[in-house]
Write a protein of this length. Sequence first.
Length: 315
Amino acid sequence: MNTSSPSQPVPSTISDVERDTGVAKETLRVWERRYDFPRPQRDAFGERVYTADQVHKLRLVKRLIDLGYRPGKVIQFGSAELQAMAEQAAGRQQPVSAPHPELHTYIELCKTHQMEALRRKLSQAMLVMGLKNFVIELVAPLTAHLGEAWTGGQLAVFEEHLFSESLQIVMRSAIFSIPQAHHHGAAPRPRILLATLPQERQGLGLLMAEAVFAADGAHCTSLGVQAALPDIVDAARSLHSDIVLLSFSPLANPRQVGDALKELRARLPEAMEIWASGSNAALRKRAAGAAQVYGLADLGKGIAEWRQRTHGQAA
């Protein structure tokens, strides 16, 4: 990194920018050629260096991409406009319940790298609130708040990863500790298979859904992220699943989401329900009739309705 006078911010190298924003070096170069942004300066060695304002805008652009926007649609705007767009887009994905009053406390523990303390605090909150309320009322708004903190430069990329890992550790432990009553040797129902498709790398939404299902006494099997559609079909048939739930982030191509749900519907038995959850634009169109669409807070209601439809078969 270049040296500079104490009164001037030190410019960032391309490696710094990649680390701090999560935008790959090659992507930065492509954007520079295609969109004329960012427009880096050159240091004494001819290497690219970026101003603090450019880095801040790149954070906002990356945040909006994560919320489902395409680079070419947002990179033309200034930072103030991008910030407003990010707040509006994130607001549409907030749960209906009021945000937990201590969200900033969890972020501060991450910023100061007190990860053991963070996990203890999350675990304590889960024990007090119960797993289902913990996920819906704390984890969901906390992940949104985490994204806003990263966008605002309050968290580094690695800190966001540390936070997400801590959340997953706490939730997986809680899911594992739930006793599952078996009736006549059979697992409780509904039997739910959870997965994301190959283009989906984000697994936190899937884990949140699994936690809600487990808290409601369903039997869950997760294939995790990036599962091939034929593998989902094979697993659902082999495990005699009652429900297949796919989680979709805003990043997935809406047309591909719709096509995948239609293909899955065609390849699974009619009695096997397909559910979709997440904030992808395709789901706002009710997934073209191929799947039942649920928000995180509605999954429990969906389970109750499924059990009513099956007339006591969900013992």
